[in-house]
Design a binder for this molecule. Structure first.
Ligand code: MLT
Length: 410
């Protein structure tokens, strides 16, 4: 019999979102009438149609593949130059990120997990808490942790608590970490970090020769001026940070699949024998060995998001979801609960009524209001006592959810 990867057995229960889906399915099967009323504000999945610019570009690309003269087979593993150049010119103008430091992929979730392939074992890994579960679970799978305790915290990880007191932006740890996961705008809390706060992280990373894994999947939702959109706005970040971005939430690509990772050639890590080496060629080597790239029509669709019409349509989508966020935020505040996020991010983070656990609120909202939310504890121990409402929905559903929330008495 073959040996399995024992690390998987350390993972607690199911992955958060399938677990929510399981509970919702059980509820709907038990009460088919209520099932028809269910509004899903759990997983952050887009609901609005794809931007026309992306659809038209994908249609054209399909037609190209249908003609011998313009047919294409395997594409470059790192992504087509046309898309990497569009990203460099639009998202990183003035930030010295070159097109060959950009790697196109099928998702930030995959990239955040896959990046561990090029990093060694024995690193001290720090995570914000609450946190997008993928960062933690992929480290557990890779054998970088011990077992989980009662609260779900894994032995060996450094947790950086994000609470109301610190505005959900973690303090710099006193101890030395080798790898730090940061996510701004944050999933799940919706918090953003200021330039000064990010500067402190970059200084820390440079001082300790640490690596920042910076997830900016929700960058398109930043609405306030002065909030950094990229870690590369901070001097020194090109020496210590890898940035993940996605078209999932900006262009509505959760089903289409396209994202990218920026890995500057100047980001170094050490070999076992102590030699500093650039990570860029390792990631390139990984991509060419384990990946055949994102499909040509999809990359053309993503490129079209940077056209004038594409930008306008993306802004329209973002405005739609942020309109929902405002409606939901107001309803939650009116119901007497403390509410965070929803200003620079499509997630609203809510303090549960005193004494109620996150899963208790999940069950209550499902049963009494037929609304699906995400329990904060699913994002880590510091998320206990909170819940997350996703603003990804139709306007009709957001308004109906807001109406039902206002009618609740906590
Ligand atoms: C979420 O709900 O946190 C997101 O949909 C997760 C993801 O993007 O993978």
């Amino acid at each position: 019999m073959a040996f399995l990867n024992d690390n998987y057995l350390k993972l607690r229960a199911g992955y958060l979102f399938p677990e929510i889906a399981r509970r919702v399915t059980a509820f709907c099967e038990a009460d088919p009438a209520a099932a028809k009323r269910v509004i899903r504000c759990g997983i952050g999945d887009v609901t609005e149609p794809l931007p026309a610019a992306a659809r038209e570009a994908m249609h054209r690309a399909i037609d190209e593949l249908g003609a011998r003269a313009t047919f294409r087979g395997y594409g470059p593993e790192q992504g087509y130059a046309f898309l990497r150049e569009a990203i460099a010119a639009n998202d990183y103008a003035g930030l010295k990120v070159s097109a060959d430091e950009i790697f196109i992929s099928d998702g930030s979730k995959c990239d955040c997990g896959n990046i561990l392939d090029i990093l060694g074992s024995g690193n001290r890994i720090a995570m914000v808490d609450p946190v997008y579960p993928v960062y933690v679970d992929t480290n557990v799978m890779a054998g970088h942790t011990g077992a989980a305790d009662e609260s779900g915290a894994y032995e060996g990880l450094i947790y950086l608590p994000c609470r109301e007191e610190n505005g959900f932006v973690p303090e710099i740890p006193r101890e030395k970490a080798d790898i730090i996961y940061l996510c701004f705008p944050n999933n799940p809390t919706g918090a953003v970090a200021s330039l000064e706060q990010l500067r402190a992280w970059v200084e820390y990373a440079v001082r300790h020769e640490a690596l920042l894994l910076y997830d900016a999947a929700y960058e398109a939702y930043i609405s306030e001026p002065g909030v950094p959109h990229s870690i590369y706005e901070i001097p020194g970040a090109r020496e210590c940070a890898i940035e993940f971005r996605s078209f999932s939430k900006s262009g509505g690509f959760t089903g289409v699949r396209c994202a990218f990772t920026v890995l500057p050639k100047s980001v170094m890590a050490r070999t076992r024998s102590g030699e500093a080496r650039s990570l860029h060629p390792l990631w390139q080597r990984r991509s060419s060995t384990k990946f055949n790239g994102v499909s040509y029509p999809v990359q053309r669709g993503a490129e079209a998001l940077y056209s004038a019409e594409g930008k306008e349509q993306v802004a329209g989508l973002v405005a739609h979801y942020m309109g929902n966020a405002a409606i939901l935020r107001e309803a939650v505040a009116a119901s007497g609960l403390r509410v965070y996020g929803g200003v620079n991010a499509p997630y609203i983070w809510v303090r549960a009524p005193e004494g109620a656990s996150s899963w208790e609120i999940f069950d209550r909202l499902l049963q009494e209001a037929n609304i699906v939310i995400t329990p904060g504890s699913g994002f880590g121990a510091s998320g206990e006592g909170y819940f997350r409402i996703s603003a990804f929905n139709s306007r009709v559903n957001a308004e109906e959810a807001a109406h039902r929330i206002r009618a609740l008495s906590w």
